[in-house]
Design a protein around this ligand. Structure first.
Ligand code: ATP
Length: 361
Protein backbone atom coordinates (compact mmCIF):
# COMPACT_ATOMS: atom_id res chain seq x y z
CA UNK A 1 0.00 0.00 0.00
CA UNK A 2 1.31 3.46 -0.82
CA UNK A 3 0.83 6.12 1.79
CA UNK A 4 0.47 9.72 0.66
CA UNK A 5 3.53 11.69 1.81
CA UNK A 6 1.22 14.36 3.22
CA UNK A 7 -0.10 11.83 5.73
CA UNK A 8 3.32 10.96 7.06
CA UNK A 9 5.36 14.15 6.84
CA UNK A 10 5.49 16.99 9.30
CA UNK A 11 3.97 20.18 7.85
CA UNK A 12 6.48 22.84 6.76
CA UNK A 13 4.31 25.42 8.53
CA UNK A 14 1.46 24.78 10.97
CA UNK A 15 -0.74 27.70 12.02
CA UNK A 16 -3.09 26.93 14.92
CA UNK A 17 -5.67 29.59 15.77
CA UNK A 18 -3.22 32.34 14.84
CA UNK A 19 -4.35 35.94 15.36
CA UNK A 20 -2.73 39.34 15.51
CA UNK A 21 -4.16 42.58 16.86
CA UNK A 22 -2.59 46.01 16.68
CA UNK A 23 -4.54 47.85 19.38
CA UNK A 24 -8.16 47.60 18.24
CA UNK A 25 -7.26 46.47 14.67
CA UNK A 26 -7.62 42.71 14.22
CA UNK A 27 -5.21 42.28 11.31
CA UNK A 28 -5.36 38.46 11.38
CA UNK A 29 -8.08 36.33 13.01
CA UNK A 30 -8.07 32.68 13.98
CA UNK A 31 -6.04 31.21 11.11
CA UNK A 32 -5.60 27.44 11.23
CA UNK A 33 -3.88 25.72 8.33
CA UNK A 34 -0.96 23.49 7.36
CA UNK A 35 1.50 24.22 4.56
CA UNK A 36 3.02 20.99 3.25
CA UNK A 37 6.70 20.40 2.59
CA UNK A 38 7.75 21.27 -0.98
CA UNK A 39 4.47 22.99 -1.64
CA UNK A 40 4.08 26.23 -3.60
CA UNK A 41 1.55 27.93 -1.35
CA UNK A 42 0.04 31.38 -1.93
CA UNK A 43 -1.69 33.70 0.50
CA UNK A 44 -4.07 35.70 -1.69
CA UNK A 45 -6.32 38.60 -0.82
CA UNK A 46 -7.07 42.28 -1.41
CA UNK A 47 -5.09 45.11 0.15
CA UNK A 48 -5.48 45.27 3.92
CA UNK A 49 -6.82 41.71 4.37
CA UNK A 50 -3.90 40.77 6.65
CA UNK A 51 -1.69 38.69 4.35
CA UNK A 52 1.53 40.61 5.05
CA UNK A 53 0.90 40.41 8.77
CA UNK A 54 0.35 36.64 8.50
CA UNK A 55 3.61 36.27 6.57
CA UNK A 56 5.51 38.45 9.05
CA UNK A 57 4.38 36.15 11.85
CA UNK A 58 5.75 33.14 9.95
CA UNK A 59 9.08 34.91 9.42
CA UNK A 60 9.29 36.01 13.06
CA UNK A 61 9.09 39.78 12.44
CA UNK A 62 5.82 39.78 14.41
CA UNK A 63 4.68 37.55 17.26
CA UNK A 64 1.03 36.37 17.18
CA UNK A 65 -1.27 37.75 19.85
CA UNK A 66 -3.25 34.48 19.70
CA UNK A 67 -2.48 30.92 18.67
CA UNK A 68 0.75 29.16 17.80
CA UNK A 69 3.06 28.60 14.83
CA UNK A 70 5.22 25.53 14.18
CA UNK A 71 7.93 25.40 11.54
CA UNK A 72 8.95 21.87 10.50
CA UNK A 73 7.25 20.51 13.62
CA UNK A 74 9.14 22.85 15.98
CA UNK A 75 7.29 25.57 17.95
CA UNK A 76 8.38 28.97 16.55
CA UNK A 77 7.16 31.10 19.50
CA UNK A 78 9.96 33.32 20.78
CA UNK A 79 12.42 32.21 18.05
CA UNK A 80 13.77 35.36 16.35
CA UNK A 81 13.61 35.70 12.55
CA UNK A 82 17.34 35.11 11.98
CA UNK A 83 17.22 31.81 13.90
CA UNK A 84 14.35 30.40 11.81
CA UNK A 85 15.19 28.00 8.99
CA UNK A 86 13.77 30.24 6.29
CA UNK A 87 14.62 33.03 3.91
CA UNK A 88 12.70 35.89 2.35
CA UNK A 89 12.42 37.48 -1.06
CA UNK A 90 10.95 40.95 -1.33
CA UNK A 91 9.53 42.84 -4.27
CA UNK A 92 12.37 45.36 -4.00
CA UNK A 93 14.95 42.50 -4.25
CA UNK A 94 17.26 44.46 -1.90
CA UNK A 95 20.33 43.59 -3.96
CA UNK A 96 23.61 45.35 -3.14
CA UNK A 97 24.17 47.62 -6.17
CA UNK A 98 27.91 48.02 -5.55
CA UNK A 99 28.57 44.26 -5.46
CA UNK A 100 28.82 41.95 -8.48
CA UNK A 101 26.23 39.27 -9.21
CA UNK A 102 28.61 36.68 -7.73
CA UNK A 103 29.14 38.62 -4.50
CA UNK A 104 25.41 39.30 -4.10
CA UNK A 105 24.59 35.62 -4.44
CA UNK A 106 27.52 34.55 -2.21
CA UNK A 107 26.70 37.11 0.47
CA UNK A 108 24.88 34.88 2.93
CA UNK A 109 27.47 32.07 2.80
CA UNK A 110 30.32 34.56 3.25
CA UNK A 111 28.65 36.16 6.27
CA UNK A 112 28.02 32.76 7.81
CA UNK A 113 31.69 31.84 7.33
CA UNK A 114 30.43 28.26 7.10
CA UNK A 115 31.85 27.43 3.68
CA UNK A 116 35.43 27.42 2.30
CA UNK A 117 36.04 29.69 -0.69
CA UNK A 118 35.95 26.87 -3.24
CA UNK A 119 32.62 25.58 -1.91
CA UNK A 120 31.14 29.10 -2.10
CA UNK A 121 32.24 29.43 -5.73
CA UNK A 122 30.58 26.10 -6.54
CA UNK A 123 27.39 26.99 -4.69
CA UNK A 124 27.19 30.33 -6.54
CA UNK A 125 27.72 28.57 -9.87
CA UNK A 126 24.92 26.12 -9.07
CA UNK A 127 22.59 28.87 -7.87
CA UNK A 128 23.18 30.95 -11.02
CA UNK A 129 22.62 27.87 -13.18
CA UNK A 130 19.33 27.28 -11.36
CA UNK A 131 18.08 30.73 -12.39
CA UNK A 132 19.64 30.47 -15.88
CA UNK A 133 22.29 33.15 -15.31
CA UNK A 134 25.42 31.08 -15.91
CA UNK A 135 28.35 33.32 -16.79
CA UNK A 136 26.82 36.46 -15.24
CA UNK A 137 28.87 36.30 -12.02
CA UNK A 138 31.15 39.23 -12.82
CA UNK A 139 28.43 41.58 -14.01
CA UNK A 140 27.47 44.64 -12.02
CA UNK A 141 23.85 44.73 -10.83
CA UNK A 142 23.36 47.96 -12.81
CA UNK A 143 24.10 46.02 -16.03
CA UNK A 144 21.12 43.69 -15.52
CA UNK A 145 17.51 43.92 -16.68
CA UNK A 146 14.64 43.83 -14.18
CA UNK A 147 14.02 40.16 -14.87
CA UNK A 148 17.69 39.31 -14.41
CA UNK A 149 17.83 41.18 -11.10
CA UNK A 150 14.84 39.17 -9.99
CA UNK A 151 16.72 35.98 -10.83
CA UNK A 152 19.80 37.11 -8.90
CA UNK A 153 17.59 37.77 -5.88
CA UNK A 154 16.11 34.27 -6.17
CA UNK A 155 19.58 32.71 -6.45
CA UNK A 156 20.71 34.66 -3.39
CA UNK A 157 17.65 33.63 -1.38
CA UNK A 158 18.11 29.94 -2.21
CA UNK A 159 21.88 29.53 -1.93
CA UNK A 160 21.77 28.57 1.75
CA UNK A 161 19.03 26.00 0.94
CA UNK A 162 16.48 27.18 3.50
CA UNK A 163 13.59 24.79 4.23
CA UNK A 164 11.17 27.60 3.54
CA UNK A 165 11.24 30.64 1.24
CA UNK A 166 8.73 33.44 1.84
CA UNK A 167 8.08 35.70 -1.12
CA UNK A 168 6.28 39.03 -0.68
CA UNK A 169 4.68 40.13 -3.98
CA UNK A 170 7.81 38.76 -5.67
CA UNK A 171 6.91 39.80 -9.22
CA UNK A 172 5.27 43.12 -8.39
CA UNK A 173 8.03 45.23 -9.94
CA UNK A 174 8.00 43.51 -13.34
CA UNK A 175 5.95 44.46 -16.39
CA UNK A 176 3.03 42.26 -17.43
CA UNK A 177 4.80 40.09 -20.01
CA UNK A 178 7.89 39.48 -17.89
CA UNK A 179 5.66 38.73 -14.94
CA UNK A 180 3.88 35.99 -16.85
CA UNK A 181 7.23 34.47 -17.84
CA UNK A 182 8.60 34.67 -14.30
CA UNK A 183 5.49 33.03 -12.83
CA UNK A 184 6.26 29.87 -14.77
CA UNK A 185 9.98 30.21 -14.11
CA UNK A 186 9.49 30.59 -10.36
CA UNK A 187 7.32 27.50 -10.24
CA UNK A 188 9.94 25.54 -12.21
CA UNK A 189 12.72 26.69 -9.86
CA UNK A 190 10.64 25.71 -6.85
CA UNK A 191 10.13 22.21 -8.27
CA UNK A 192 13.84 21.88 -8.97
CA UNK A 193 15.08 22.94 -5.52
CA UNK A 194 12.31 21.25 -3.56
CA UNK A 195 12.03 24.15 -1.11
CA UNK A 196 8.62 25.10 0.31
CA UNK A 197 7.58 28.45 -1.20
CA UNK A 198 5.02 30.66 0.49
CA UNK A 199 4.08 33.72 -1.52
CA UNK A 200 1.90 36.68 -0.64
CA UNK A 201 0.01 38.28 -3.52
CA UNK A 202 -3.11 40.25 -4.37
CA UNK A 203 -2.91 39.04 -7.99
CA UNK A 204 -5.43 36.25 -8.59
CA UNK A 205 -3.99 35.18 -11.91
CA UNK A 206 -0.53 34.93 -10.41
CA UNK A 207 -1.75 32.79 -7.54
CA UNK A 208 -3.72 30.52 -9.90
CA UNK A 209 -0.72 30.09 -12.22
CA UNK A 210 1.97 29.34 -9.66
CA UNK A 211 0.40 27.68 -6.66
CA UNK A 212 -0.19 24.11 -5.62
CA UNK A 213 -2.65 25.50 -3.08
CA UNK A 214 -3.99 28.93 -2.23
CA UNK A 215 -5.34 30.44 1.01
CA UNK A 216 -7.80 33.24 0.25
CA UNK A 217 -7.95 35.93 2.94
CA UNK A 218 -10.74 38.40 3.62
CA UNK A 219 -10.89 40.79 6.57
CA UNK A 220 -8.14 39.02 8.49
CA UNK A 221 -9.61 35.54 8.06
CA UNK A 222 -8.68 32.69 5.76
CA UNK A 223 -11.99 32.03 4.01
CA UNK A 224 -10.88 29.14 1.78
CA UNK A 225 -7.84 26.92 1.27
CA UNK A 226 -7.62 24.78 -1.85
CA UNK A 227 -6.02 24.04 -5.18
CA UNK A 228 -6.41 26.69 -7.89
CA UNK A 229 -9.14 24.53 -9.41
CA UNK A 230 -11.00 24.18 -6.08
CA UNK A 231 -10.90 27.91 -5.53
CA UNK A 232 -12.05 28.81 -9.02
CA UNK A 233 -14.58 26.04 -9.66
CA UNK A 234 -15.87 25.61 -6.11
CA UNK A 235 -15.60 28.99 -4.34
CA UNK A 236 -16.72 28.74 -0.71
CA UNK A 237 -18.19 32.23 -0.44
CA UNK A 238 -19.48 35.04 -2.61
CA UNK A 239 -16.33 37.00 -1.79
CA UNK A 240 -14.10 34.22 -3.21
CA UNK A 241 -16.26 33.88 -6.34
CA UNK A 242 -16.02 37.65 -6.91
CA UNK A 243 -12.36 38.06 -6.05
CA UNK A 244 -11.12 35.19 -8.20
CA UNK A 245 -12.39 35.63 -11.71
CA UNK A 246 -15.79 37.09 -12.55
CA UNK A 247 -19.12 35.71 -11.46
CA UNK A 248 -22.79 36.42 -11.96
CA UNK A 249 -24.94 36.21 -8.83
CA UNK A 250 -28.63 35.53 -8.35
CA UNK A 251 -29.89 35.98 -4.80
CA UNK A 252 -33.04 34.27 -3.60
CA UNK A 253 -34.55 31.37 -1.68
CA UNK A 254 -33.57 27.78 -2.36
CA UNK A 255 -35.84 24.79 -1.75
CA UNK A 256 -32.98 22.44 -2.68
CA UNK A 257 -34.18 22.02 -6.29
CA UNK A 258 -34.84 25.56 -7.53
CA UNK A 259 -33.91 29.09 -6.51
CA UNK A 260 -36.78 31.57 -6.44
CA UNK A 261 -35.58 35.08 -7.22
CA UNK A 262 -37.87 38.07 -6.72
CA UNK A 263 -38.78 39.57 -10.09
CA UNK A 264 -37.11 36.76 -12.11
CA UNK A 265 -38.93 33.52 -11.22
CA UNK A 266 -37.12 30.23 -10.65
CA UNK A 267 -33.95 28.61 -11.89
CA UNK A 268 -32.89 24.97 -11.31
CA UNK A 269 -30.01 24.36 -8.88
CA UNK A 270 -26.98 22.05 -8.85
CA UNK A 271 -27.44 18.60 -7.32
CA UNK A 272 -25.77 19.43 -3.98
CA UNK A 273 -27.94 22.50 -3.26
CA UNK A 274 -28.97 23.29 0.34
CA UNK A 275 -32.17 25.07 1.35
CA UNK A 276 -32.65 28.64 2.58
CA UNK A 277 -31.49 32.13 1.57
CA UNK A 278 -28.63 31.81 -0.87
CA UNK A 279 -26.60 33.25 -3.73
CA UNK A 280 -26.24 31.31 -6.96
CA UNK A 281 -22.87 31.96 -8.62
CA UNK A 282 -22.66 31.40 -12.37
CA UNK A 283 -19.35 31.94 -14.20
CA UNK A 284 -19.75 33.94 -17.45
CA UNK A 285 -17.96 31.23 -19.48
CA UNK A 286 -20.72 28.79 -18.52
CA UNK A 287 -23.46 31.09 -19.80
CA UNK A 288 -24.62 30.84 -23.42
CA UNK A 289 -26.99 33.24 -25.09
CA UNK A 290 -29.46 32.63 -27.85
CA UNK A 291 -32.39 34.34 -29.48
CA UNK A 292 -34.58 31.78 -27.68
CA UNK A 293 -35.57 30.00 -30.88
CA UNK A 294 -35.15 27.06 -30.73
CA UNK A 295 -35.57 26.98 -26.95
CA UNK A 296 -32.59 25.65 -24.94
CA UNK A 297 -32.97 22.03 -23.72
CA UNK A 298 -35.27 21.85 -20.66
CA UNK A 299 -32.49 20.66 -18.30
CA UNK A 300 -30.69 23.99 -18.73
CA UNK A 301 -31.36 26.97 -16.47
CA UNK A 302 -32.53 29.95 -18.49
CA UNK A 303 -33.52 33.55 -17.96
CA UNK A 304 -34.81 36.17 -20.39
CA UNK A 305 -32.59 39.23 -20.71
CA UNK A 306 -31.82 42.25 -22.85
CA UNK A 307 -28.51 42.34 -24.68
CA UNK A 308 -26.84 45.59 -23.75
CA UNK A 309 -23.42 45.40 -25.35
CA UNK A 310 -21.00 43.03 -27.02
CA UNK A 311 -17.29 43.34 -26.26
CA UNK A 312 -14.85 41.63 -28.61
CA UNK A 313 -11.78 40.49 -26.62
CA UNK A 314 -9.84 38.68 -29.34
CA UNK A 315 -9.88 35.13 -27.99
CA UNK A 316 -13.33 35.60 -26.44
CA UNK A 317 -16.49 37.67 -26.78
CA UNK A 318 -18.27 39.10 -23.75
CA UNK A 319 -21.98 39.88 -23.69
CA UNK A 320 -23.34 42.31 -21.11
CA UNK A 321 -26.98 41.57 -20.38
CA UNK A 322 -29.71 43.10 -18.23
CA UNK A 323 -32.10 40.65 -16.56
CA UNK A 324 -35.83 41.35 -16.20
CA UNK A 325 -35.24 42.96 -12.78
CA UNK A 326 -32.55 45.22 -14.28
CA UNK A 327 -29.70 43.24 -12.69
CA UNK A 328 -26.50 42.71 -14.71
CA UNK A 329 -25.52 39.32 -16.14
CA UNK A 330 -22.47 38.45 -18.24
CA UNK A 331 -21.94 35.70 -20.79
CA UNK A 332 -18.61 34.91 -22.38
CA UNK A 333 -17.92 32.68 -25.35
CA UNK A 334 -14.67 31.54 -26.95
CA UNK A 335 -14.04 33.35 -30.22
CA UNK A 336 -17.04 35.06 -31.74
CA UNK A 337 -20.46 34.14 -30.39
CA UNK A 338 -23.80 33.57 -32.11
CA UNK A 339 -24.60 35.76 -35.12
CA UNK A 340 -27.69 37.90 -35.57
CA UNK A 341 -27.98 39.31 -32.04
CA UNK A 342 -28.38 43.06 -31.78
CA UNK A 343 -27.77 45.30 -28.80
CA UNK A 344 -31.05 46.34 -27.21
CA UNK A 345 -32.80 43.15 -28.33
CA UNK A 346 -34.24 40.30 -26.23
CA UNK A 347 -32.12 37.17 -25.66
CA UNK A 348 -32.18 34.09 -23.48
CA UNK A 349 -29.22 33.44 -21.12
CA UNK A 350 -28.88 29.76 -20.33
CA UNK A 351 -26.46 27.45 -18.49
CA UNK A 352 -26.01 23.96 -17.09
CA UNK A 353 -27.24 24.08 -13.45
CA UNK A 354 -24.44 21.65 -12.48
CA UNK A 355 -21.90 24.31 -13.53
CA UNK A 356 -23.42 26.84 -11.10
CA UNK A 357 -22.70 26.97 -7.38
CA UNK A 358 -25.02 27.75 -4.47
CA UNK A 359 -23.40 29.81 -1.69
CA UNK A 360 -24.74 30.59 1.78
CA UNK A 361 -22.73 33.81 2.27
P1 ATP B 1 -1.38 45.09 1.41
O1 ATP B 1 -1.64 44.17 0.27
O2 ATP B 1 -1.91 46.47 1.20
O3 ATP B 1 0.05 45.07 1.88
P2 ATP B 1 -2.19 43.22 3.48
O4 ATP B 1 -3.26 42.30 3.09
O5 ATP B 1 -0.81 42.71 3.45
O6 ATP B 1 -2.28 44.57 2.65
P3 ATP B 1 -1.63 43.93 6.22
O7 ATP B 1 -0.46 44.79 5.85
O8 ATP B 1 -1.34 42.62 6.85
O9 ATP B 1 -2.55 43.71 4.96
O10 ATP B 1 -2.58 44.78 7.17
C1 ATP B 1 -3.78 44.27 7.74
C2 ATP B 1 -4.40 45.33 8.64
O11 ATP B 1 -3.57 45.51 9.78
C3 ATP B 1 -4.56 46.69 8.00
O12 ATP B 1 -5.76 47.25 8.48
C4 ATP B 1 -3.36 47.45 8.50
O13 ATP B 1 -3.61 48.82 8.54
C5 ATP B 1 -3.16 46.85 9.89
N1 ATP B 1 -1.74 46.86 10.32
C6 ATP B 1 -0.74 46.19 9.75
N2 ATP B 1 0.43 46.41 10.40
C7 ATP B 1 0.14 47.26 11.42
C8 ATP B 1 0.92 47.86 12.47
N3 ATP B 1 2.21 47.63 12.62
N4 ATP B 1 0.27 48.67 13.33
C9 ATP B 1 -1.06 48.90 13.21
N5 ATP B 1 -1.85 48.36 12.26
C10 ATP B 1 -1.26 47.55 11.37
Amino acid sequence: MTVSPTQTTVPAVRLSGVGKSFGSTHAVRDVTLDIRPNEFFSILGPSGCGKTTLMRMITGFEEPTEGAIELGGVPAGGVPAHKRDLNMLFQSYALFPHLSVHDNVAFELKVRKSHPKQAIAEAVRDALALVRLEGYGDRAISQLSGGQRQRVAIARALIGRPSLLLLDEPLGALDKKLRAEMQLELKKIQREVGVTFVTVTHDQEEALTMSDRIAVMHDGRVVQVGTPEDIYERPATRFVAEFIGTSNFLTGKSDGAVLTVDGLGTVPLPADAFTGEAHLAVRPEHVRISSGDPAPPPERASLPATLQSVVYLGSATRYHLALADGGPFIAETHGTGPAGLTAGGPVLAHWDPQASRLLAE
